[in-house]
Write a protein that binds this ligand. Structure first.
Ligand code: BG6
Length: 508
């Protein structure tokens, strides 16, 4: 695999949770696969007063905790030698001269070509300040070497703030230098949506309104908000999952074939889908957007807290931990095909999948089997866990007559036992090092997604008392979300941990 140019990767917020849990272990994995350049340094920065040595010690512990068996002393030691630290108050532009000095020294010592990646793992309130302070030090648009900036989500809080943030970044960086993380795009199975669609001749001809009855996308989590209540209170499921991860999945399922598999061709098609989302009417907002909040219950014999009892959460909170939405894409391919998307915390299991429901057969000749929509063909793209692909189709039951039953044709990634599945962060970091932004969200896509959800946020603000339904923790969300799929015989699929199983009771 291609190796990146020499560079220094600077992480703002290096002692934080994201760096310890995800970033450092991912960079370590790249190191183990020999995918880092020979001339490379990772510079941590933040308020904490580490020295290079104490930062290395701290990161050693992180690797021992989060990298499992891979973290043996023989591999960790040389990796830690690439790590450095400079303590600055990120919110004070004057302190960036020290950052610049440290970078210059490292650049000279290690011959890193004056190339830089800056990773913002800080609170979003600091994003604009960091970008401008880097620019003031000549580290944004540069005469020698290259500079890229990676921004964590949330990218904005609503349409206005995302526009403002884009504006702030673009004052000092070119769009090509800005890498907005949506970690779902880094998942191998998410990238495989495009490969399934565009490298097989059998799916694309039927991937449209003539053959697809509806599309269902679920991102369920069994965990609650844990200790992130403070953040989640200001976010909720719509901002936290739907505006970014879910809409990116929708775009990949619905997009037209890109001209090439390069960053701009793919991202142009993503934006076209987001631009084609049919705007919500007042009636849609009232009936087709269901929000829920988990309430206390017993899960497998254990008491489970209500959201309102979680740490950092207002006891009268009206923040949604679940959202289920029915909507349409107004373009040639998808006109009037309903899309149903749901995401929530404290659901029965952790699963993310896309279900394409095909039209039932036009004429029914075998008993009752193909009379209802329930038995139409389905293609299930499982993002996680038990990653794979499943096709459900009718098959004759052996014996007299023509009894038909639904059977499965399935592929599981685990069957490719010798293939290593990189983590999302590992893939995304490596792509940024190579200058490939395909799997990062482009500024216009982020704004399009916000302009789509903005009316929902405004509607909720205007009607705070409306449509927030409780659901017992450990169930599939409020029952009102089931009514979104009104047609007779149709329901959501209730997926289990294993790709091939479904049903309301499978996790019990
Ligand atoms: C994050 C959200 O972006 O995605 C979290 O902030 C959520 O609330 C997480 O738990 C889900 O990601 P994954 O990869 O576990 O599906």
């Amino acid at each position: 695999m291609q190796k990146p140019d020499p560079h220094i990767l600077t992480i703002f917020g290096a002692s934080g949770d994201l760096a310890r849990r995800k970033l450092i272990p991912s960079i370590f994995n790249l190191y183990l696969q020999d995918l880092l350049p020979q001339h490379f340094a990772l510079l941590g920065t933040g308020r904490k007063k580490y020295t290079d040595e104490s930062f290395r010690e701290h990161m050693k512990e992180a690797l021992e905790t989060f990298s499992g068996d891979k973290a043996d002393p023989a591999s960790i030691r040389p990796f830690l030698e690439c790590l450095y630290y400079v303590s600055i108050d990120t919110s004070d532009p004057a302190e960036y001269t020290r950052l610049k000095q440290k970078l210059d020294t490292l650049n000279q010592q290690l011959d890193t070509g004056d190339n830089h990646i800056f990773y913002l793992a800080t609170p979003p309130s600091l994003y604009a300040k960091v970008a401008h302070s880097l620019a003031a030090q000549g580290l944004a648009i540069k005469k020698t070497g290259w500079s890229r900036i990676i921004v964590e989500k949330p990218f904005g809080y609503d349409l206005a703030s995302s526009r403002e943030l884009n504006h702030q970044f673009r004052e000092v960086f070119d769009e090509e230098q800005i890498y907005r993380i949506d970690h779902y795009l880094g998942k191998e199975t998410v990238q495989n949506i495009m490969v399934t669609r565009f490298s097989n001749a059998i799916f694309e001809p039927i991937w449209n309104r003539n053959y697809v009855h509806h599309v269902e996308i679920t991102a369920a989590e069994s965990i609650g908000v844990g200790d992130r209540g403070g953040y989640y209170e200001g976010s909720g499921a719509l901002r936290d999952m739907f505006q970014n991860h879910m809409l990116q999945l929708v775009a990949l399922v619905a997009m037209e074939p890109p001209v090439w598999a390069d960053s701009n061709s793919i991202r142009n098609e993503i934006v076209k889908v987001l631009e084609s989302l049919r705007p919500f009417t007042e009636e849609d907002l009232a009936n087709n957007v269901i929000r829920g909040q988990y309430m206390e219950s017993m899960i497998r014999g254990e008491p489970a807290k209500a959201y309102r009892e979680e740490y950092g959460v207002d006891p009268d909170s009206r923040t949604e931990t679940y959202v289920g939405i029915k909507f349409y894409i107004d373009n040639w391919r998808w006109k009037d095909v309903p899309f149903y998307v749901r995401t929530g915390k404290r659901l029965p299991t952790r699963v993310t999948e896309i279900v394409v429901h095909f039209q039932p057969t036009p004429h029914h000749i075998f008993s009752d089997y193909d009379k209802g929509d329930i038995n139409s063909n389905k293609l299930i793209i499982r993002i996680q866990p038990d990653e794979g692909l499943l096709i459900k189709y009718g098959m004759k039951v052996p014996g007299a007559g023509y009894d038909v039953q639904t059977v499965n044709m399935d592929f599981h990634y685990t069957d490719l036992s010798e293939v290593y599945l990189p983590s999302a962060y590992e893939r995304l970091l490596h792509d940024c090092m190579l200058g490939d932004s395909t799997l990062y969200a482009r500024g216009d896509a982020v704004e399009c997604a916000w302009s789509y959800v903005d009316p929902i946020l405004k509607y909720w603000e205007k009607n705070p008392g409306k449509s927030l339904y409780g659901y017992p923790a450990g169930t599939w969300g409020p029952k009102e979300a089931d009514d979104l799929i009104e047609e007779k015989g149709l329901t959501w699929r209730y997926p289990c941990k294993n790709l091939t199983d479904d049903g309301i009771y499978c996790e019990l």
